[in-house]
Design a protein around this ligand. Sequence first.
Ligand code: ARG
Length: 380
Amino acid sequence: MWLQEFYGAEVVTVTVDVGQGEDLDEVAARAERLGAVKHYNIDARREFAENYVYPSIRANALYEDRYPLGTALARPLIARKLVEVARREGADAVAHGCTSKGNDQVRFDLTVKAYAPELEIIAPARLWGMSRSEELEYARRKGIPVPSTHKRFSIDANLWSRSIEGPEIDDPAAPVPEDAFEWTVAPEKAPDKPLILELGFREGVPVSVNGEELEPLQLVERLNRLLGLHGYGRIDHVENRVVGFKSREVYEAPAALAIIEAHKDLEKLVFTPRELRFKRLVDTLWTDLVYQGLWVEPLRQHLDALIASMERYVEGVVRLKVYKGSLTILGRSSRYAGYSEQLASYVEGWYPSDEEARGFIEMWGLHSLLALRARGLNKG
Ligand code: ARG
């Protein structure tokens, strides 16, 4: 509406379905009603699940140990679709709804610049100088419907997570109102009977639930539903934004949290200690790049190649128990397990001799003991 008024522009609207669960026919009708010359609904759910969400599982992508990157992963895909439509329509510019305070503008702008440097980028919310309440007033005047939760919270949902921001939770000490949540029941209201699940992994990604093979999209949808009913998947943390300040962020991400928890567990069964420690560094690098809007950065692709090579052997089954908002791993197995029960057992099997153990310990600690002696610090 604002683009039409301000620029006299012909506006083509695009909505990309990344699993946000919106009524897209309603969106199309609304676009037409508000004067769009054309509207595109693009179903990118499968592409999102397979090419964005699944690689993030391999990378255990939890930004600052908490946030599964749902919003951050979807932005580059949406931007790419936007560019495709702009090209098809011969547009001179693309527009998006991000403000100047968030991470999302960085992700959209950078991805568009990477794929279509010739396109102008217009971000009306960075230009029009309206506050949130003035925006709501503008929408009311123009007859633009705004869902009621969006009046209190800024929501961004997709297959992988539901992000919740808003004035009522900007104070990091304030509790989150219960009605901010949609995907998860309150843990104390969850069923008394725990949910037991078996997640099967192959090449570092989940492929089955309780032995039933599922496509990525179906698998994630199913887990979100099942785990959310058991009160699992809420996140509340303070996050370091790209744009220079901290913000209080609340999310619902039942499938994401459970899958990554199980995946990390399986990696520990399979990887050598060196692989494991190195992988955690790589995971953090990958996650930071994607959070920071640098999906297009060449290093991300190099890291993906490295990760794919390491994940070849991350295969097996993890058993989980979910009970009133908490998740426990009951057990794990893999044909690539670098684990020997015979070696680990205190009851039977092989024991190093006293002499072998002493020799090992002597040489293992030698660097440290020599340094202590050299510094005169070995006297207690
Ligand atoms: N802080 C998250 C991120 O940067 C979520 C942002 C989601 N946007 C929203 N309007 N709730 O990825």
